[in-house]
Design a protein around this ligand. Structure first.
Ligand code: ADP
Ligand code: MG
Length: 729
């Protein structure tokens, strides 16, 4: 039998091992197992003086065997009253000592044969974790290497032994790391060198290790250098495969033909003429880019990044009008009903009578703006579907409800996805599939995306950025308020009262809804996070009594949510006590203050998003982050960071540093996670960038990768099982 990466493990390993690897870790083939990399390497303990041993430390000691004693004992039963049971076990106790006469006990169970080599007088190196038993220090089942009896200079043997890197694997209760290591060793010794998926020229140019060598070295490194070289090589492979998938996807899209929507037209011109403000330089530039692409006959695939309040919606609306002016329809997909309804309101408001197509007295170029969400009544739904089908509505705004069957567009030419990270590619594609020809697509996100993430997670899109806020915006002042300081807390609520007295509004944000929350249980000895349903009652009866308070959270039904949001937007409520449902896109320019309770429960980017809800109008914004996190703690440092800058990109980089890679790539992306194991989006920007260039060159010369069958296979695999490859959590 020839063994390759596809060979099932059951053909090469014992049944119990195979089961444990499969059930606990999902490893079924030789390739799976060899791709189960160590997550760290233990160095055999530093050489430690016998006089300086600390319990729990990994150490290597040099010592001389003084005595070896064989014992036999019957293991005690576990619980009280249970009978002693089990087979008798051998225990070999070896006493070793250093030149100063300090001694240490080594214990070995059922390894009586070791007594033959651990004879009194031999010197050796002993490595293990220091434990204590009946007041004496000992090493249980240590690894060891005996020095030659006549060793003139044992120091090099000592160095080598103590320096060995021991792989430590992600393990389970069924199969501990050393058994995984054993299985991997077995397999490594059996597998012939696998074919190398990296192009030869690339390997040569960059002096990358061969695939087989890299696999051996990642599991059994000869040295730190060899391990570094192995990691570099394997990271390159991950990066190149991923970039090849993205570059291919992009190339495929560029080959498609879309409807071209010429620039200008009565509708966009009428709209621009009535804009009450001037566009920012960024809005103008990005608007140009988009207008040019819509006028071309390849579908646009563009990501628009812009900090909260940078005016993305306006950019999108101007683009939609270009499409509508030439007979096409534009759909705007929003992640929540609150946001969809808000977009609908604000777009209708911005358009004025340009949104009253078909009505008496409306300008001839006017269109209609339809809203479709899951909570529409049957009658509303029928009207909207009809407007969509007959192209009466040029602009259609909605939630997931837009994706359902039965929503038929007359001529969908442009898809706008707001707050992309809430949607997967599948959803983006489901909407795009409603178009007769590939539509133009604009994806908008307010989460600033660091460059490496843009190159990977969004790697098939062109990107634009709005970097400045519209003129006249006043910066948001952010302060951290210690929860335990009564004076500060009182001052916080007074500030809210002052804002309201001045005719403004405020938000109070809590991490939890409350009531029958699952989190109510199992909070342990820590108090559960503050909940909106409790906090609103406390504020009503106390610090904010007499003010008009509204409650908003995800568990309210849609009508109620909508009613509250409308009331708040209309100024009929002073303070909105809410969960993070207000995190994205909610736009009430009169809101000037935000109090975030238990602020340490939120991520950096989330806090930044939240505070973007205030300071959207003419008046300065204030954000107070109330937290119990003690000064100097890492939680407190995060809050201080948020307070210290309003630069969303700087905060996004910081956020990225604090999160684990998996979080960055998103929870649903099993495909990409099992693929990207070593590559770090944070630290390997240079590899990712170089791999991007390499993939672009490879695919433009050989679109099907016919000349690189090994690489092509990996690229196809990833493209096929990636599922939500491009989705961001
Ligand atoms: P984003 O979606 O990027 O967070 P919005 O598009 O919601 O931002 O814009 C926020 C607010 O700024 C809206 O009220 C919008 O009308 C206003 N706005 C947009 N562009 C400008 C501009 N150039 N000058 C002044 N106000 C603007
Ligand atoms: Mg927005």
């Amino acid at each position: 039998m020839t063994i390759g990466l596809d060979t099932r493990l059951r053909e090469v390993l014992g049944k119990k091992t195979v089961e444990a690897l499969s059930e606990g870790l999902g490893l079924d083939t030789v390739g799976d197992l060899l791709g189960h990399y160590p997550f760290r390497y233990a160095q055999r303990g530093e050489r430690t003086d016998l006089g300086a041993l600390q319990i729990g430390e990994d150490v290597t000691v040099t010592a001389q065997v003084r005595a070896a004693v064989q014992k036999s004992f019957v293991p005690k039963g576990r619980g009280r009253g249970s009978r002693p049971g089990g087979k008798p076990r051998d225990l070999l106790e070896v006493i070793v000592a250093d030149e100063a006469g300090r001694s240490l006990t080594l214990t070995f169970f059922n390894q009586a044969w070791r007594a033959k080599e651990l004879v009194a007088g031999r010197w050796g190196l002993f490595a293990g974790k220091v434990a204590q038993f009946r007041g004496r220090l000992q090493l249980n089942s240590p690894q060891y290497q005996l020095l030659a009896e006549d060793a003139a200079d044992p120091s090099s043997a000592i160095e080598e032994f103590a320096g060995t890197l021991i792989p430590v694997y992600p393990a389970t209760a069924e199969i501990p790391t050393w058994n995984i290591a054993k299985a991997i060793h077995t397999v490594l010794d059996m597998v012939p060198t696998p074919p190398d998926p990296l192009p030869r020229s690339l390997r040569e140019d960059l002096s990358l290790l061969g695939y087989g060598t890299a696999l051996r070295q990642i599991h059994r490194p000869d040295s730190h250098e060899a391990l570094g070289a192995a990691k570099k090589r394997l990271k390159w492979q991950e990066a190149l495969v991923m970039q090849a998938v993205l570059v291919r996807r992009k190339a495929a899209a560029a080959g498609e033909t879309a409807t071209a929507y010429a620039r200008g037209g009565a509708l966009p011109e009428a709209f621009d003429a009535r804009l009450p403000f001037t566009l920012t330089e960024g809005q103008r530039q990005v608007g140009e880019e988009i207008a040019a692409e819509l006028a071309g006959d390849h579908p646009m695939h563009r990501l628009l990044q812009g900090d909260v309040g940078s005016g993305k919606t306006l950019v999108a609306l101007r683009a939609m009008l270009q499409v509508v002016a030439h007979g096409g329809q534009a759909a705007l997909l929003a992640p929540t009903e609150v946001l969809a309804a808000q977009h609908h309101r604000s777009i209708i408001e911005m358009l004025g009578d340009l949104a009253r197509g078909g009505e008496l007295g409306a300008p001839p170029e006017a269109t209609r703006v339809a809203l479709l969400t899951g909570s529409a009544t049957a009658a509303q739904r029928r009207t909207v579907l009809d407007e969509v089908k007959t192209n009466t509505a040029g602009i259609v705004i909605g939630t997931h409800a837009l994706l359902y069957d039965g929503v038929d567009f007359a001529d969908l030419g442009f898809v706008v996805v707001d707050e992309q990270h809430r949607f997967g590619v599948e959803q983006r594609d489901a909407l795009r599939a409603k178009a007769d020809r590939p539509p133009h697509t604009l994806v908008m996100t307010a989460t600033p995306i660091p460059r490496t993430v843009a190159m990977t997670v969004y790697g098939d899109l062109e990107t634009s950025r709005l970097t400045e806020l519209p003129a006249g915006r006043t910066p948001i002042a952010t302060h951290v308020v210690p929860y335990t300081d009564q004076r500060w807390l009182a001052r916080t609520w007074n500030r809210v009262r002052e804002e309201v007295a001045a005719g403004r509004q405020a938000y109070v944000v809590c991490p939890r809804v409350g009531g029958d929350d699952a989190e109510d249980n199992g909070a342990g000895d820590k108090r559960p996070p503050l909940a909106v349903v409790d906090v609103i009652e406390q504020l009503r009866g106390g610090a904010l009594s007499g003010l008009r308070l509204g409650l908003l959270h995800g568990r309210l039904d849609t009508d109620e949510k909508d009613r509250v949001m409308r009331a708040y937007a209309a100024g009929d409520l002073d303070v909105l006590v809410a969960t993070t449902v207000i995190e994205v896109g909610v736009n009430v320019p009169n809101a000037t203050a935000m109090v975030v309770l238990d602020a340490e429960r939120f991520g950096i980017s989330q806090l930044h998003q939240l505070r973007g809800r205030v300071g959207r109008g003419a008046h300065p914004g204030l954000c107070l982050l109330v937290s119990e996190a003690p000064e100097g703690s890492s939680s407190r440092e995060r809050l201080d960071a948020v307070a210290s800058t309003t630069d969303g990109f700087a905060l996004a980089e910081l956020d990225l540093e604090q999160r684990r890679e998996g979080d960055v790539l998103g929870a649903a992306q099993s495909g990409v996670k099992s693929h990207v194991k070593l590559l770090s989006l944070l630290k390997d920007a240079d590899i990712i960038e170089a791999a991007r260039a390499e993939a672009t060159a490879l695919i433009s010369a050989d679109p099907e990768l016919k000349g690189e069958p090994g690489l092509a296979e990996l690229v196809d695999d990833l493209a096929a099982d990636r599922g939500e490859f491009l989705e961001k959590g």
